[in-house]
Ligand binder design. Structure first.
Ligand code: FAD
Ligand code: 2HG
Ligand code: ZN
Length: 511
């Protein structure tokens, strides 16, 4: 298969392609390291507090760079000597112009909450932190269109538009740290995708600084614009490999008058699918989330204080849990519908659920959500996680979790708690399972037991090895389980076209 691909690309790039099939991130190898001269130049573009470098004139101790060089899980580490924190698009442009000329690798970094190692360097690339670009540029309460700097934190945006009775079309557990530019660059999914769709639909425009420093202004606020290729779509989910997103125009939604939630307790996973069908039919337009956690995930969430545990009697015999949220225009109407649903589920001849716990106050509403949203946090407190974020048919969610556990057991890796838990949770409504393998420590042995095992399993269902977290550095070698050779070839051509020097986030997505 590789031969065919290599032959089919232009000769100018074939060497690079050949190397990539040996899984060597060739674009990384050709890059320059930052020198004192570079830092002196950056210090002319940015004020002193915005340059953090081990080189003069900054001369920061290496420890000060540690957080920027390590990802959220502590799994991926970079060796960058220099973090730059521009305050505006012009500064980003000047930095990239210099890095382009000098062939210095650049890693854009938002909230650094990514789960695939995309936001930290693979070597000593410059880290370009967007955290100082945090101005809201405009908000139109009539259309709901928000235009903002890429470094605004998602939760701050939510709070900013709340008094105008609007909500962001996306929400995720990392909302307190992740930034809108990072969300766009990962095409983050999250907890509201069922209702509001993906960012490919709600992002109306982007301002992007291209690798050579050119500013591409596509910061449109138009709902409709069919003037040729929709270039912004390329940057949604590009994970910083094509340019730096500096501004985002996004359509926000009118805030629902009322939101309710309920946790449904199920004896058996096989009942999740019929339950989803019934819930969809019964709640129709007010259904806003249908999220799933298995018993292992629930136990970890409660063990580590994420939300309040349900009463023991409610959890007895539970195999898994589903969180249903409604968002609608009239509280009484929505509550009535939810109560009717619960009654009919519980009084059925063969009930699909054993019980349902309905939130009765804003605090309970948040607590039920914390049981689901808090699993990632709980897992990180429990151990070291191998995370597989996959799209597969709903009916296969449990089989994949069970098969992975069994596979690790056969390999002897469940002994002595080397692997402590294999759990599943995720976005049922989006067909997205989060398979988490929680180990005592990261080890080659566990990784090679899991890969390619999990990827082959996903491929057998014609699924996706990355539903929403992206490829980062973690899955560059595994793209072919989901994308065919022609698609990968065209992705490489697009990368070449924007960034022939390979300075943008080297070693990520496509290598
Ligand atoms: P970073 O982690 O800083 O960067 C992510 C990638 O985007 C990197 O490749 C980086 O180089 C690139 N990048 C960042 N900013 C820019 C920019 N301005 N221009 C160009 N490239 C850029 N993800 C989901 O999809 N759904 C979830 O429900 C979800 N829940 C999460 C819950 C928790 C507790 C945690 C820790 C993570 C979760 N994530 C989830 C993953 C993560 O939060 C998302 O991928 C998020 O969108 C990353 O945003 P960030 O600002 O932290 O980006
Ligand atoms: C979620 O849905 C996030 O909670 C994180 O996407 C999933 O940690 C994970 O594996
Ligand atoms: Zn998720």
């Amino acid at each position: 298969m590789f031969d065919v691909l290599v032959r089919s690309v232009p000769s100018r790039t074939s060497l690079r392609y050949l190397r990539s099939f040996n899984r060597v991130p060739s674009l990384v190898r050709d890059l320059s390291s930052v020198t004192a001269e570079d830092v002196t130049h950056f210090s002319k573009i940015l004020s002193p507090s915005c340059v953090l470098s081990t080189f003069p004139p900054s001369s920061a101790p290496v420890e000060e760079l540690a957080n920027f060089n390590s990802d959220w899980m502590g799994k991926y580490k970079g060796a960058s000597t220099t973090v730059l924190k521009p305050k505006n698009t012009q500064q980003v442009s000047e930095i990239l112009k210099w890095c382009w000329e000098r062939r210095i690798g650049v890693v854009p970094q938002g909230g650094n909450t990514g789960l695939v190692g995309g936001s930290v360097p693979v070597n000593d690339e410059v880290i370009l932190s967007l955290r100082n670009m945090n101005n809201i540029r405009s908000f139109d309460p009539v259309s709901g269109i928000l235009v903002t700097d890429a470094g605004c934190i998602l939760e701050s945006l939510t709070e900013f538009i709340a008094p105008h009775r609007h909500i962001m079309p996306l929400d995720l557990g990392a909302k307190g740290s992740c930034m809108i530019g990072g969300n766009v660059s990962t095409n983050a999914g999250g907890l509201r995708l069922l209702r509001y769709g993906s960012l490919h639909g709600s992002v109306l425009g982007l301002e992007v600084v291209l690798p050579d420093g050119t500013v591409m202004n596509q910061l449109s606020t138009l709902r409709k614009d069919n003037t040729g290729y929709d270039l912004k779509q390329l940057f949604i989910g590009a994970e910083g490999t094509l340019g730096v997103v500096t501004g985002v125009s996004i359509l926000t939604a009118a805030a629902p008058e009322a939101s309710n939630n309920v946790i449904l307790v199920l004896r058996d996973f096989k009942d999740v699918l019929p339950l989803y069908q019934i819930v969809k039919q019964h709640l129709s337009e007010i259904l806003s989330a249908f999220e799933f956690i298995d018993k292992g995930a629930y136990d970890l969430a409660t063990k580590h204080g994420q939300g309040r545990a349900l009463d023991d009697s409610d959890v007895e015999g539970a195999g898994c849990f589903v969180l249903v949220e409604t968002s609608g225009g009239k509280r009484e109407h929505d509550e009535e519908k939810l109560n009717e649903l619960l009654e009919s589920l519980l009084s059925a001849d063969k009930p699909l659920i054993t019980t349902g716990v309905l939130s009765q106050s804003p605090a309970q509403f948040s607590s039920l959500w914390a049981l689901r949203e808090g699993v990632t946090e709980a897992v990180s407190k429990e151990g070291k996680a191998y995370k597989y974020d996959i799209s597969i048919p709903l009916s296969a969610f449990k089989d994949v979790v069970d098969a992975t556990r069994e596979h690790l057991r056969k390999k002897g890796l469940m002994r002595d708690d080397a692997v402590k838990h294999v759990i599943g949770y995720g976005h049922v409504g989006d067909g997205n399972l989060h398979l988490n393998v929680v180990a005592q420590t990261y080890s080659k042995e566990i990784e090679s037991a899991l890969e390619p095992f999990v990827y082959e399993l996903v491929e057998s269902y014609r699924g996706s090895i990355s539903a929403e977290h992206g490829v980062g550095v973690m899955k560059t070698h595994a793209l072919h389980y989901t994308k065919d050779a022609v698609s990968i070839e065209w992705m490489k051509k697009i990368k070449e076209l924007f960034d022939e020097r390979g300075i943008m986030n080297p070693g990520k997505v496509i290598v």
